[in-house]
Design a protein around this ligand. Structure first.
Ligand code: GLT
Ligand code: MN
Ligand code: MN
Length: 390
């Protein structure tokens, strides 16, 4: 029997060099795993099997202080690993947070020279990502924020950020690149307060850009959950706006620091509704597992972590299929919504005559308020499907 949960290229699952290559370093302790070269990380992903793409920050591939000769050698080895594993580069991004130069932000820094350097570094990041055929370019403003609002005018920060994105959109277009830009929000960490803390903030910014059609979002499970928000709703807003250009899948306990757990491992019920949303609405972009294996993991366990991430997605996809096909669910869904073409037509767009008809309508408030909504049963049936009780 074929394994239903075996990933294929069509699933468009990707991993970042910084995720499977993570060494286990944290603020309290050093690495627990060996540093792997970019080529070694690609080989590891090849061993995982079923991985479609790999993503990198400029400096995951080429260290910030590499010489031209060193850069050329790293790129050669990396390209050879991509070829032997048949893994593509899906997404590129710029590290605008690691170096001390960005200690007070990149595009929103108070220093004009730092802002210009950040834009220049991103231009080079775009060149590098384009060289490897990436189609999506992510912007995570890791240091775009403050610890104290005495430091910056937050309105000015929004303007600086917009102007940088406008400049880089033009740069990409003028260079003949076909990137779609995806903006990734996070509420805090590493800064005390970060600008654009939620996906919704970016969705509000995008229409004000010079090339709004080029720019969408890259929501991450953990980042919305850190803020106590419903991630499924954030993704739904992006989908509805046609702006879900990329997605970072991982997991997170609410109210904790950025944990970057394996997808589906902390909140499987949220993960289920997310997968169902992506599948029901036919999201066809890359699905990037932006997470880290536990610090206790060795190389074999990192491979298990990567396989588990994809497997959990596919298990939840199958659960979503069962949920949609389930007889009882279907009948409950029929019960809970009362459709009426006539009434919907009446409120579908304002006209004076519709307003008049609506104004004259008599509603039986008591009857409407007492209608049965068996959501308890619906939720319990959902849980039973999720828990494997058929
Ligand atoms: C960093 C961050 C992620 C971002 C990456 C892209 S880097 O690991 O925590 O959420 O997606 O810059
Ligand atoms: Mn991310
Ligand atoms: Mn994160």
């Amino acid at each position: 029997m074929p394994d239903t949960y075996k990933p294929t290229m069509r699933d468009k699952f990707t991993f970042g060099l910084w995720t499977v290559g993570n060494t286990g370093r944290d603020p309290f302790g050093g690495p627990t795993r060996a540093v792997l070269t970019p080529a070694e990380i690609v080989d590891l992903l090849g061993e995982v099997g079923g991985v479609c793409g790999v993503n990198f920050h400029d400096n995951d591939l080429v260290p910030i202080d590499a010489t031209e000769a060193e850069a050329a050698e790293i790129k050669r080895d990396f390209a050879a690993a991509l070829k032997r594993t048949k893994i593509q580069v899906a997404m590129g991004t710029t590290n605008l947070f690691g170096d001390p130069v960005f200690k007070d932000g990149a595009f929103t820094s108070n220093d004009a020279e730092v802002r210009a350097y950040a834009i220049q570094k991103t231009m080079r990041g775009l060149d590098l990502a384009a060289e490897f055929g990436a189609r999506v370019f992510v912007f995570w403003g890791g240091r775009e924020g403050v610890e104290t609002d005495a430091a910056k005018d937050p309105v000015e920060a929004v303007r600086r950020f917009r102007s940088a994105i406008d400049f880089l959109c033009d740069y990409a277009v003028e260079s003949g690149y076909e990137f779609r830009f995806a903006l990734e929000a996070k509420p805090n960490e590493p800064r005390g307060h970060m600008y654009f803390p939620t996906t919704g903030h970016y969705l509000a910014l995008i229409p004000s850009l010079k090339r709004p059609e080029m720019v969408g979002v890259n929501p991450e499970v953990a980042h919305e959950h850190m803020a106590g928000l419903n991630f499924v709703h954030a993704v739904a807003a992006a989908l509805e706006a046609g702006k879900l250009f990329h997605i970072d899948l991982n997991d997170q306990e609410f109210g904790r620091y950025d944990q970057d757990f394996r997808f589906g491992s902390a909140n499987p019920k949220h993960a289920f509704f997310l997968v169902k949303l992506l599948e029901d609405h036919k999201y066809d972009g890359f699905k990037h597992f932006d997470s880290h294996a536990f610090r206790t993991a060795d190389r074999d366990d990192v491979i298990e972590f990567a396989r588990g991430s994809m497997r959990s997605y596919l298990i939840l996809k199958e659960k979503a299929r069962r949920w949609n096909a389930d007889k009882e669910i279907k009948s409950l869904l029929r019960k809970i919504s009362r459709a009426s073409k006539d009434i919907d037509a009446l409120t579908a767009g304002f006209t004076a005559s519709r307003a008049e008809t609506l104004g004259a309508m008599a509603f039986d408030r008591e009857k409407l308020g007492s209608r049965a909504l068996p959501y308890e049963r619906l939720d319990q049936r959902t849980m039973e499907i999720l828990l494997g009780v058929d």
